[in-house]
Design a protein around this ligand. Structure first.
Ligand code: ASP
Length: 628
């Protein structure tokens, strides 16, 4: 990449060039050194630069003797040798601590014979500096060193996030995040006519909004809430003829301590008028392909699709990890007269299933301790846990049930599961929902164990997307009374066309026009076609969900005022970037994340306010010693 040469820089800096000349100069230069005090970054000099005069700025990574520095910036490291002429600075240099910020100017030269460092991209050259300026001294002994090999506790990294951000890992994650966001913006705005609109973050309480953060106001008893998502606003934008909306939106959910969730997180939020499910799915597929980082295996369209019912039946979850098989299979029929008490205790009851998954060659990797730990995990999830069977040989099965298992049942099961010596089966029996959920979680736990013990289970070489669709519109309310329902997505999701009548009579049987996008077993996007008929929306809120529809009067009136049919989706941007970056937690791709308990260790947020400070908000607390 062409850089601004020294002469041009002087012209620009001293404002000697006319704005026209400056514009021409700038149009010929781009990259991290344009507009900068430096001529090059610390990651860029090669043999071809030998003989050039350059200026570099950066942090001192190491100092060797009094004359040799490794200078680091966001783009790499360069070795700098200080010329004797700057010996007058020797004391300053000697006292310079690592992480001090300096600027050096000098000539690029080849390193002496045998001293090239092949591991460094700039390892063939060094800069022989005759000018050296300390831009800012760093204090000695920072809490940790900025090295790829430094093992620093996460809490320390969060406490000094500004230092942690200097690491190669965080530099990569922040830049990849920005690249993907910019490409998404370009795709939506430039190629598909979307309008970026900022929606309010001070909002009002919405029905069922127990997970919202409250913001006190000076008006007695009145609070704003921070929106869980811009859902209502994006629908109102469709009523307002914006037609295609997007926003890289900050969302807030007060979900208490939950690992790998953040109280504030980012969605790529999208809404479109005159669209159907297939249109939104195609848009998202192309958007992801367009924004996909070049350094990763490419992705292929269209993504596979699966119904919610299939996902629950075969994977025991609505976000199946399809990087590996080990699907759940129903063997109720095969084990009907098995002779095993746990498999027949509710014989005759329709709502009773026996299901199983197979770990091929699992015996080579799972040891006694693994079975014990997995069983403990299973018992925590459901009374009775699971039953493991180790297939030593066709006739020799090792299991807690093998004494009772009748040979016919064994043969049936073996045939249905196509077992081979060395395989391991994991079985559970009971109500379909609880069996699916238990085995779904055990499937993942077994895959993790097998991988930890050296087996190759998941395909880690490519990305596995899956659309899950055809969800029930409502599910039984968690901790609710019998018959009480809650939305499986949110109350604005439309029923499928065939169920427009059914929703009036049997809402629990209705399917919704809701779709989730799953990547490698994580839900990375979810959306729906919306209800655009005010009467139906009111019926859902009032009669099915038992919500106070008056708080939604603005939306109901908008739906009555010429609302186009519309639908949308939101991509969980943090999760997507974490998967792309191969990071285990979304905290690794957020510049300033909070702990699981929602604390910012660096600034100490949230912080205690005293009752006299709270008086204007008409609220008080009774925390002892909380008065000034
Ligand atoms: N607002 C929804 C959510 O945050 C996404 C959507 O329906 O577009 O899950």
């Amino acid at each position: 990449m062409e850089k601004i040469c020294g002469a041009c820089r002087v012209l620009i800096r001293n404002q000697l060039a006319s704005s026209y000349v400056r514009a021409v100069i700038r149009s010929q230069h781009s990259g991290p050194s344009t507009f900068s005090l430096r001529t090059h970054s610390c990651g860029e000099l090669r043999n071809s630069h030998v003989g050039k005069e350059v200026t570099l700025c950066g942090w001192i990574q190491h100092r060797r003797y009094d004359f040799m520095l490794t200078l680091r910036d966001s783009f790499g490291t360069t070795q700098v040798v200080l010329k004797e002429q700057i010996g007058k600075d020797v004391d300053n240099i000697r006292n310079l601590s690592a992480e001090s910020v300096v600027m050096v100017t000098g000539k690029v030269q080849l390193r002496p014979d045998g001293l090239a460092n092949k591991k460094m991209s700039t390892g063939d050259i060094e800069v022989v500096a005759d000018q050296f300026e300390i831009l800012n001294n760093s204090k000695e002994s920072l809490p940790f060193e900025i090295h790829d090999f430094s093992k620093v506790k996460e809490s320390t990294r969060m406490l000094y996030r500004y230092l942690d951000l200097r690491s190669t890992r965080m530099q990569h994650n922040m830049r990849q995040r920005s690249d993907v966001a910019m490409k998404m913006r370009h795709f939506l705005w430039k190629l598909h006519g979307f309008v970026e609109v900022e929606t309010p973050t001070l909002f009002r309480r919405t029905p069922g909004g127990a997970r919202e953060y409250l913001v006190p106001t000076r008006q007695p008893g009145k609070f704003y809430t921070l929106p869980q998502s811009p859902q209502q606003f994006k629908q109102l934008l469709m009523v307002g003829a914006i037609d295609r909306y997007f926003q890289i939106a900050r969302c807030y959910r007060d979900e208490g301590s939950r690992s790998d969730r953040q109280p504030e997180f980012t969605q790529v939020d999208i809404e479109m008028s005159f669209i159907n499910k297939e249109g939104i799915q195609a848009l998202i597929e192309e958007l992801l392909q367009y924004a996909w980082p070049d350094n990763l295996p490419s992705i292929h369209l269209p993504f596979p699709r699966m119904t919610y019912a299939q996902a629950m039946d075969q994977f025991g979850t609505d976000k199946p990890d399809t990087r590996f098989d080990m699907k759940l299979q129903d063997v109720t029929r095969e084990l009907k007269d098995s002779g095993v008490a746990v498999f027949s205790s509710t014989e005759g009851n329709d709502a009773f299933v026996i299901k199983v998954f197979k770990c091929s060659k699992g015996m080579n990797y799972l040891k006694r301790k693994d079975y014990e730990d997995l069983q403990k995990e299973a018992v925590k999830l459901k009374d009775g846990g699971v039953t493991f069977i180790q297939i030593k040989d066709t006739d020799s099965w090792k299991s807690s049930i093998s004494k009772h298992l009748r040979s016919e049942a064994r043969e049936n099961l073996g045939k249905a599961m196509k077992v081979n010596p060395g395989d391991v089966l994991c079985l559970a029996a009971g109500k379909p929902d609880s069996v699916n959920s238990l085995l779904g979680q055990m499937r993942l736990a077994c895959a993790n164990r097998l991988e930890a013990n050296g087996a190759s289970v998941r395909d880690h070489g490519s990305f596995h997307f899956l659309w899950v669709e055809d969800f029930p519109l409502f599910l039984p309310k968690e901790d609710g009374q019998d018959g009480e329902l809650e939305s499986s997505h949110h109350p604005f999701t439309a029923p499928v066309d065939e169920h427009k009548e059914l929703i009036m009579t049997q809402p629990s049987q209705v399917h919704g026009q809701h779709y989730d996008l799953v990547l490698d077993g994580s839900e990375i996007a979810g959306g729906s076609i919306r209800i655009h008929d005010a009467k139906l929306q009111k019926h859902v809120l009032q009669n099915i969900l038992n919500e106070d529809a008056s708080s939604m009067q603005h939306l109901l009136e908008a739906l009555e005022s010429g609302c186009p049919p519309h639908g949308g989706i939101a991509i969980g941007f943090d999760r997507l970037i974490a998967i792309l970056a191969g990071e285990p937690s979304i905290r690794e791709v957020i510049a300033f994340p909070k702990t699981i308990d929602g604390n910012d260790l660096m600034s100490g947020a949230p912080s205690l306010l005293y009752n006299d400070e709270l008086a204007v908000y008409h609220i008080r607390h009774d925390i002892r010693d909380a008065t000034k």
